[in-house]
Design a protein around this ligand. Structure first.
Ligand code: WQD
Length: 357
């Protein structure tokens, strides 16, 4: 049975999160009606209110754990979905090493529960939020989709295993239409400044940390290593605007509405930027100078990786349209308007600036 292309109602798991909330905005803009499933473990309920402020549409929230088979069955009884964007999952690289079983439970068992519920309800159009971490730290850039799996941490391994599980499912039942989107480094915020990234506690990733230094809630940024074999010695990544990633989800949804089988596809710009280039762009965007300390390399960090982005254009008709400066301008607008994130609470002792970095 072909996926139901007539229902504009789309389930977005993790829709109260950073990428999920931006995906909801893009979906609504494209004429879809998102229903959000989120445990709010990482997502924020205020993001849903802000989606309404931006679009005039307030997505329904079903607050439940992605592993809750009974709740999922109820959900698919209550709604006739045209497809599913699956973004709910754990993604903190540091945490994943300390607590791998939680990552296998949520990222793998959670996806299994979701796919079971979808199949039972006859909904078989799925867009899965995967990650470039499936390529590991030594892939040659630009990285094509047929580069081998080489994840170096449990988080990346859960993404590779879910992709493999979905490939086996498609092999067993050709009614399934699946796209696995391998995000590179999503950063930035919607141009309204109403939704954006505000990690719980101390940010691991460059852009949110940089933003908090610029707003003054952190004293300085530590550059993890300046002795890499890159143009300026600092790490190079493929930063991609979160709204481009969100629009990539809409393009992938259109793809799975018509194409059977499974497609693994990179979502990146195809260009790399170094840490120092990002800092310079952010200083221009914010008009603030960023205090920087040089520190040692971060264990597990790749020197440089960026996407071969050609397949997304060929198969999805998608390519990233926004550049690094726009990512920094939009990140800064979000940070300025929401210095303490969605709920406006000042940093707690738990996440305040540590005495030494
Ligand atoms: C980028 C560069 C750091 C912080 C992460 C996740 C990964 C994926 C993509 C989901 C590196 C340097 C960083 C800082 C620094 N997300 N840096 N000082 O590690 O490429 O990947 O996002 O799938 O799971 O790990 O991104 O932003 O942490 O680092 O110098 O305080 O910035 O060394 O070169 P990364 P990042």
């Amino acid at each position: 049975m072909d996926p139901d292309v007539h229902s504009r109602k789309i389930l977005v798991t993790g829709g109260a999160g950073f990428i999920g909330s931006h995906a909801c905005v893009a979906l609504i803009g494209a004429g879809y009606l998102p229903v959000v499933l989120d445990s709010l473990a990482n997502g924020n309920i205020h993001a849903l209110h802000r989606i309404a402020d931006i679009t005039g549409v307030a997505p329904d929230l079903v607050r439940c754990d992605i592993r809750d088979a009974a709740a999922l069955a109820e959900l698919f009884k209550a709604h006739r979905f045209g497809g599913v964007l699956h973004l709910a999952g754990l993604k903190a690289v540091g945490e994943t090493v300390a607590d791998p079983l939680s990552y296998y439970e949520v990222n793998m068992a959670g996806t299994l529960a979701l796919v079971r519920a979808m199949g039972n309800a006859g909904v078989r159009a799925l867009v899965f939020s995967s990650s470039a971490t499936v390529y590991g730290a030594n892939a040659r850039s630009p990285i094509p989709e047929d580069a081998p799996y080489a994840a170096v941490n449990p988080y990346g391994r859960t993404k590779a295993m879910v992709e493999t599980m979905l490939a086996d499912l498609v092999q067993s039942d050709d009614r399934w239409h699946v796209a696995c989107l391998r995000f590179f480094n999503p950063v930035g915020a919607h141009e309204s400044g109403l939704i954006g990234e505000h990690p719980h506690g101390r940010p691991n990733n460059l852009m949110p940390y940089l933003s908090q230094v610029a707003i003054g809630s952190r004293s300085h940024l530590v550059v993890h290593g300046t002795d890499y074999a890159t143009a300026d010695g600092t790490g190079v990544r493929d930063y991609v605007h979160v709204m481009d990633v969100a629009e990539g989800h809409v393009a992938a949804l259109r793809h799975v509405a018509r194409e059977p089988g499974i497609l693994m596809v990179n979502l990146g710009t195809g260009r790399g930027a170094s840490v120092l280039e990002v800092i310079s762009s952010f200083e221009r965007a914010s008009g603030r100078s960023i205090a920087v300390h040089v520190g040692p390399r971060r264990p597990g960090d790749a020197p440089a990786y960026w996407a071969d982005a050609s397949l997304a254009e060929a198969r999805l008709g998608w390519r990233a349209r926004r550049g690094l400066d726009e990512m920094c301008v939009d990140s800064w607008r979000w940070q300025m308007r929401n210095p303490w994130g969605f709920d406006g609470s000042a940093p707690t002792a738990r996440n305040a600036e540590p005495s030494a970095h």
